[in-house]
Design a protein around this ligand. Structure first.
Ligand code: UT7
Length: 323
């Protein structure tokens, strides 16, 4: 018998305000055509002025709990992947805990930028596999609109806000690749690449800062590293690319998504794509895509899924799970 972390619920939340590419044409030397053709993005959601990451995370968590038919009091831990927490401290995860009315368990944030959800899933899997928790809410939530430089056309048109959540539960499996739940993970980072994608501010430098990115350099690393991490995780799971039902990638750029699928030898029919509607929501993009994939009827129980992501750090990784 092997203790597996099985997904029993998924949910998401997107802020009400939708901004189409064309809206940027009024203030920037850009076009809907450029944004669409270079990134695949058509629109994104932006949080309201008084809307915070923890509030969006809570909405997504409530939806995940509802879809699982569970209540917050049955949750042992909350892991929230975010780089845009409400406050410097406490963690946004503890704010979600109180907003859900939980007085039990423990909660913490994980900060691995766009790879955050993959890191959070891996942590949740470790907590469940080691018997420290039976039920874990894993959330990705971001308000990247707060760290955009609205005069920088090479970054501000790419990102959006939102939240997605999964509820994981300990269940016994046979220890084979046919089990439901997380089968394998692969995490990597290389801090030498800090200057490719970062925010030029923070607590110890006494400012909030704005996102800075050398997009074409990140692009080059993404195509090379994402297929490699997906293959490593698949091999650890005892599966191969042919077994995959869905790739659910980090949604940064349709060209990266297509390049990774091609390197894995899989057609785009096997990829859940939401980048056109959400833009890049950093740590929220994978749980958003998983939840939307279920809602669309793409992802079904028993499907073998590979998620993969890369972002600031650089930090990257993949998780293989059977839904
Ligand atoms: O989620 C974290 C990980 N992040 C990513 O994965 C993002 C990875 N990078 C990308 O998605 C792409 O590199 C971008 C979408 C950011 C850019 O696409 P690109 O094909 O790599 O373009 P580029 O950066 O090489 O820029 C090409 C040209 C430049 O002009 P020149 O130097 O050729 O005259 C840019 O100034 O496009 C220009 N440009 C724009 N033009 C119109 C950059 N941004 C814009 C814009 N509108 N918004």
């Amino acid at each position: 018998m092997t203790r597996r972390a099985v997904v029993i619920g998924a949910g998401h939340y997107l802020p009400e305000r939708i901004v189409e590419n064309a809206e940027f044409e009024a203030t920037l030397d850009t076009s809907d055509e450029w944004i669409r053709s270079r990134s695949g993005i058509e629109r994104r959601h932006f949080a309201a002025e008084d809307e915070t990451t923890s509030q969006m995370a809570t909405r997504a968590a409530e939806a995940a709990l509802k879809s699982a038919g569970r209540s917050a009091s049955e949750v042992d831990a909350i892991i929230l992947a975010t780089s845009t927490a409400d406050l410097t401290f406490p963690s946004a995860a503890t704010m979600v805990q109180s907003q859900l009315g939980m007085t039990n368990g423990f909660a913490f944030d994980v900060q691995a930028v766009c790879a955050g959800f993959v890191y959070a899933l891996s942590n949740a899997n470790a907590l469940i596999a080691s018997g420290q928790a039976d039920r874990v809410l894993v959330i990705g939530a971001e308000t990247f609109s707060r760290i955009m430089d609205w005069t920088d056309r090479s970054t501000c048109v790419l990102f959006g806000d939102g939240a997605g959540a999964l509820l994981l539960e300990a269940q016994d499996g046979a220890g084979t690749a046919d089990d439901r739940g997380i089968l394998a993970t692969d995490l990597n980072s290389d801090g030498r690449y800090k200057d490719l994608l970062y925010v030029d501010g923070g607590v110890s430098t006494q400012s909030t800062g704005h996102l800075r990115m050398q997009g074409n350099q990140v692009f080059r690393h993404a195509v090379e590293k994402l297929a490699a991490t997906a293959h490593t995780a698949l091999a650890r799971a005892g599966a191969s690319a042919e077994d995959v039902d869905w790739i659910v990638p980090h949604q940064a750029n349709i060209r990266i998504i297509q390049g990774t699928a091609k390197k894995m030898g899989l057609s785009m029919d096997k990829v859940v794509v939401t980048v056109q509607d959400h833009g890049n929501t950093s740590a929220a993009s994978i749980p958003l895509a998983l939840s939307v994939g279920v809602e669309r009827g793409q992802i079904k129980p028993g499907n073998l899924i590979v998620t993969e992501a890369i972002g600031g750090g650089l930090a990257w990784g993949a998780v293989v799970l059977r839904w």
